[in-house]
Design a protein around this ligand. Sequence first.
Ligand code: NAP
Length: 191
Amino acid sequence: MTNLSIIGTGNMGQAIAAIADKGGHSVQLLGSGDTATQVTGDVVVLAVPYGAVDDVIAQRGEQLADRIVVDITNPLNFETFDSLVVTSDSSATAEIAAALPQSRVLKAFNTTFAATLGAGVVGPLPTTVLIAGDDTDAKSTLSDIVTAGGLKAIDAGALNRARELEALGFLQLTLAATEKVSWSGGFGVAA
Ligand SMILES: NC(=O)c1ccc[n+]([C@@H]2O[C@H](COP(=O)([O-])OP(=O)(O)OC[C@H]3O[C@@H](n4cnc5c(N)ncnc54)[C@H](OP(=O)(O)O)[C@@H]3O)[C@@H](O)[C@H]2O)c1
């Protein structure tokens, strides 16, 4: 059993908590008002908007040392829906990894809408969580949590691939926002 802490109790925080719970893992859910509560999980999911990540790191950076930190953000410019707000040679995950040098930082869950985490399917395909990061053991730990929760997981490569995952998440969001795909659909993976 792995202990998870999930910071953010919105759509994604609750969906990921349900996956972990289904697999028999323990979950600490931390809302924006729980700033006095220490993080206890070996795996910490940042289920907050990209714009809130700096605050979370400022509040909890030291607590995140020696833990697996999972960045699920899609760092879009939500005013224009026309660009990411990180530079084109970087990613939100790379920024977070630079700010948390003592943590093992992964990108995951940003290409799966919350509804597909709950349903376990994207159309006819199983929901697949793409995971990127430089630490193989950390990826394996998260992959086990995802699969025990009834979904599929694929190692999408090194931390550098977070940039491509964020581009994929960005495109999927623009398609859903313009009603070309539904919020319970999106990209599936046929392995
Ligand atoms: N929704 C999706 O389908 C989807 C898919 C892929 C990736 N994502 C990404 O997942 C992340 C969360 O999305 P969501 O849909 O779950 O958003 P959401 O439903 O709006 O929930 C966001 C949560 O973050 C909390 N929060 C905000 N600032 C915080 C802070 N400083 N400290 C602690 N908690 C804070 C909010 O708490 P309060 O309500 O108390 O402010 C809320 O519980 C975003 O980065 C998004 O880009 C979402």
